[in-house]
Design a protein around this ligand. Structure first.
Ligand SMILES: [Mg+2]
Length: 259
């Protein structure tokens, strides 16, 4: 009996050790299972890439079936929409830290973010069809060069003619009036529509391209506030439902948000 109990304890210990070993994430790197469930889900589950790929696949199909206006643009958020920052979240967990602006900026500068599964194919579909992409991100505008380099390093088919990267500036925060400018991405969405945008590092050709008024045909994000004139407090999921997959696309992000 004693031997049996010992064997059972040994088996349990090995099982726990095995559970604490490292497993590859979607990009092939390692992530420890001391991670919180949200980070494990994004890095290790099969559900996450299946869901994000399916959402992006359907969004591209829907877009290509529509009659699109001239100068059409898809507005996309960056974090947990195009770039996967689970590596940052894992680092925080494993070092016992909480989010801070300093560590986040360091992460952005490290350019280690990977791609959200499906994002590359979607962006390729958009630019191949003659559309443009506006990356409206609340990463600090002063870090746009690092964000751009990270995106380029991931092999996305972007250049400054077809893609306008706009990090958040103080003006974006100051513009929020609760009326016309409801959230801190609204000003940049308005600027896209009037052609008064401040894209990252544009060539002369890109300035000419982006100075034209653009028609926003789809908004893609992981946060409800990636939708124009929407806040976490005011958002009505029932009202948004008919738009989902048409002009509004939301991806899962279990790790953080404005909720
Ligand atoms: Mg985001």
């Amino acid at each position: 009996m004693q031997l049996t109990v010992t064997a059972l304890v040994t088996t349990l210990s090995l099982t726990l050790l095995s559970a604490c070993s490292t497993k590859p994430n979607h990009e092939g790197s390692s992530a420890s299972t001391v991670l919180p469930p949200s980070v494990k889900w994004q890095t290790q589950s099969k559900e996450y890439p299946l869901i994000t790929r399916a959402i992006y696949r359907d969004a591209a199909l829907q877009l290509m079936q529509r009659e699109l206006p001239t100068n059409w643009v898809v507005v996309m958020d960056v974090d947990e929409t195009v770039l996967d920052n689970s590596g940052y979240q894992a680092m925080l967990s494993q070092s016992g830290q909480s989010y801070s602006t300093a560590s986040w900026n360091q992460w952005v500068k490290s350019k280690q973010a990977k791609l959200v599964p499906g994002a590359s194919d979607f962006i390729t579909s958009v630019v191949s069809a003659g559309g443009k992409v506006a990356l409206v991100t609340n990463r600090n505008k002063q870090l746009d060069s690092y964000t751009w380099q990270n995106l380029e390093a991931m092999g996305l088919p972007i250049n400054t003619d077809n893609t306008c990267l706009m990090g958040r500036s103080q003006a974006d925060k100051d513009a929020v009036d609760g009326q016309q400018i409801v959230n801190d991405k609204d000003l940049r969405r308005q600027q896209l529509m009037t052609g008064d945008v401040d894209c990252y590092n544009p060539s002369d050709e890109a300035v000419a391209e982006w100075s034209q008024p653009h028609n926003i045909v789809m908004q893609v994000g992981d946060n409800i506030e990636d939708i124009a004139k929407t806040t976490q407090a005011s958002a009505d999921p029932s009202a948004l439902l008919p738009r989902f997959g048409k002009d509004v696309v939301i991806l899962p992000n279990p790790m953080y948000g404005s909720w």
